[in-house]
Design a protein around this ligand. Structure first.
Ligand code: NCD
Length: 328
């Protein structure tokens, strides 16, 4: 399968976002506009959630071929709160397990007037591939592509950092753990690099470090105690055992000792540092429970921001589709 990753894949003829497949190629202004709109949809805990009718008449289909809790539920809530019809395909019982191709599944949904298709899949290149074949009014939103890309996660991570820290320019950001298998790390790197953080560090054991051609501009560490010194943001990542084939991995306790984000290690970060994790967490493996639940943790805020960010992406994409329909 070809993975055409030229930024034009996700844009219409006028350069507007038509699909969201990657954060690659999005400018700082485009990212900021999405974050601003997401912020508009954020509500205090305990208040009623934001609602409008931006997606009235649209039909969203959630196609998750890999497990998901946060991303799938937040896309569903975001769509419902914007007035869309939503269908969630149970991929265990979908026709794909009978051998139907993904494209046939997509054409089936398209024939039923589903016009925003949210996809998660373990196959690299699938969202960009599908995007080439859908009808002009149909949009593909990538909700997690193999180890490569998870654009709405990158946006929600950026929003969470902006809420806590304000300005990106002075920040030292550390992404730590299983970098090589992490689409979260790749999309976060794209967002933070474009938004102009002062320093982006990646820290991983040698076996989990990505190839030299990736993460341009990031400083690499294989020693977590050195990597964490003085940083403003610590992002811990889950070990993606499901993406490892035969790789040698230490047991959980040894990994925690060597690389876990512990309270002791957090003392080396900047005193006002925040701690992030995309979830699902392996408590006391990549992150100590007392850190995940502690005062520096913004993990629940990330979850809350996930809904706001997905509302912003859905509203933006729907507005762009609408203007194509109106002016064609
Ligand atoms: C992540 C994912 O699926 O990429 N989770 C998420 O979307 N919040 C990270 C993970 O599975 O470890």
């Amino acid at each position: 399968m070809t993975r055409d990753l030229s930024p034009s894949v996700q844009r219409d003829a006028d350069g507007r976002l038509r699909h969201l497949i990657t954060l690659e190629g999005l400018s700082a202004d485009e990212l900021t506009a999405l974050l601003d709109l997401a912020q508009f949809y954020v509500r205090e805990a305990g208040d009623l959630p934001a609602r409008d009718q931006s997606l009235s008449g649209h039909t969203i289909a959630n196609l998750f071929f890999e497990p998901s809790t946060r991303t799938r539920v937040s896309f569903e809530l975001a769509a419902l709160r914007l007035g869309a019809d939503v269908v969630n395909l149970d991929m265990q019982s979908s026709s794909r397990v009978k051998g139907e191709t993904v494209l046939d599944t997509i054409y089936t949904l398209q024939a039923m007037h589903a016009d925003i298709l949210v996809m998660r899949d373990a196959e690299p290149g699938l969202p960009a591939y599908v995007a080439q074949f859908v009808a002009p009014h149909v949009c593909i939103l990538n909700a997690g592509e193999a180890h490569l890309s998870h654009p709405t996660q990158g946006l929600l991570d950026a929003l969470t950092v902006r809420q806590a820290k304000g300005d990106f320019a002075p920040l030292r950001v550390l992404i730590a753990g299983d970098i090589s298998h992490s689409r979260v790390a790749r999309s976060a790197w794209q967002a933070f690099t474009t938004l102009g953080v002062a320093e982006l560090r990646i820290a991983a054991p040698d076996d989990l470090m990505p190839g030299k051609g990736e993460f341009a501009g990031a400083t690499r560490f294989n020693d977590i105690d050195r990597a964490i010194a003085g940083v403003d943001v610590v992002m811990a990542l889950r070990i993606q055992r499901e993406r490892m084939r035969g790789a040698h991995m230490p047991d959980d306790a040894s990994y925690h000792r060597a690389f876990g984000i512990t309270a002791e290690r957090m003392k080396k970060a900047h005193p006002g540092a925040i701690v992030m994790h995309p979830g699902p967490m392996n408590r006391d493996v990549e992150i100590a429970s007392e850190v995940a639940d502690g005062p520096q943790s913004v993990i629940q805020q990330q979850v809350a921001n996930g809904v706001a960010v997905r509302m912003a992406v859905l509203a933006t994409i729907a507005r762009n589709v609408q203007s194509r329909r109106t002016f064609q």
